[in-house]
Write a protein that binds this ligand. Structure first.
Ligand SMILES: C[S@@+](CC[C@H](N)C(=O)[O-])C[C@H]1O[C@@H](n2cnc3c(N)ncnc32)[C@H](O)[C@@H]1O
Length: 306
């Protein structure tokens, strides 16, 4: 099945990475393949794009495209970018430390948002899940078996939800009567205790928080950035598109710290974006999912031996 995902800020990412024929690029979040295919076209037959995703469905879809179109310079791998070093070293060890670009386009693809098996949306009647890599606990486990306090902490930390305690209590009371099975059921419980808002669906923050917790999104990102920099050659570019302030903060702080170290053991970066770039108004109009995107990029300036 074709992807429903429209790449966000693709032109800006390509411009910052500026790939040349023969380059090696890692697309850490292949998704619908929007970035990977554009990079593959730029690096040409002598180059290579390693495209990672921890969603097997995304990898299968791209593999199919790969076979149909004979894209010899695109290599797909099912992997969590948290283990980027292992993924690069096992699939193309000769390119470790030689990447011209490593990109992250975080969060969810439209394919995942629409996938009833994942039940990401508060409108979904699918069983509570959200677990993209299908490993560890899913949203059903968290909602029905975590303590009230643990749930409140998840909603507050990952959703910045001010009513976290009240929502966690309502969930506890509801699940004592019967287990909460679907995304739509959870959304109804949350909506019942939330004051109405004109901007957001009352369950938006709770769903964001659950998704981040189930997939350990912030842990993955924090673990991936240092290895990504080590995988770049001097002059290589790391570019990250994030979609909420928690992710953007991790990237901003990491880039800032690395751009200040000039002679430490780790490679140092020079910022290419002092402030994050945001999508043009025309892109947001055409693809409203782009509206919260922030793009930060930096260039590796020191070579270390690792
Ligand atoms: C916004 S989409 C990427 C879209 C892609 N740039 C495109 O143009 O089609 C995000 C993708 O990153 C993947 N992803 C998120 N976290 C990941 C992780 N820790 N490891 C590997 N893939 C991840 C998701 O499964 C999803 O397919």
């Amino acid at each position: 099945m074709a992807t429903a995902h429209q790449p966000v800020m693709r032109d800006e990412v390509i411009r910052l990475v500026d790939p040349r024929p023969g380059d090696f690029i890692v697309d850490s979040t292949a998704g619908g393949g929007g970035y990977s295919l554009a990079f593959a076209a730029k690096v040409g037959p002598q180059g290579l794009v390693l495209a990672l995703d921890y969603d097997r469905r995304a990898v299968d879809r791209l593999n199919k495209l790969h076979q149909e179109q004979g894209l010899e310079n695109l290599l797909m791998a099912e992997a969590n970018f948290r283990y980027l070093e292992e993924a690069v070293k096992s699939h193309c060890p000769e390119f470790w430390g030689k990447a011209a670009g490593i990109v992250f386009d975080l969060g969810l693809s439209s394919d995942q948002l629409q996938d009833e098996n994942l039940a990401m949306s508060f409108q979904s009647d699918g069983a509570l899940n959200m677990n993209i890599a299908n490993q560890g606990p899913n949203a059903y486990d968290l909602i029905n078996f975590r303590t009230e306090k643990e749930l409140a902490d998840i909603f507050f930390r990952f959703g910045e939800e001010r009513n976290s305690r009240r929502i966690a209590r309502a969930i506890k009371e509801a699940r004592q009567k019967k287990k909460i099975r679907t995304a739509a059921e959870l959304a109804r419980i949350v909506s019942f205790v939330q004051p109405p808002s004109r901007r957001l669906h009352p369950a938006t923050r709770v769903f964001q928080a659950l998704r981040i917790a189930v997939n350990d999104e912030l842990g993955n990102l924090s673990a991936a950035l240092a290895p990504a920099v080590r995988c770049l050659r001097p002059g290589g570019v790391i570019a990250v598109v994030s979609y909420h302030s928690l992710e953007d903060r991790i990237v901003k702080i990491f880039f800032r710290q690395k751009s200040r170290i000039s002679d430490g053991p780790e490679p140092a970066l020079r910022l290419l974006t002092k402030k994050p770039l945001v999508p043009a108004a025309a892109e947001i109009k055409n693809n409203p999912r782009a509206r919260s995107a922030k793009l930060r990029a930096a260039i590796r300036i020191i070579n270390t031996h690792d």
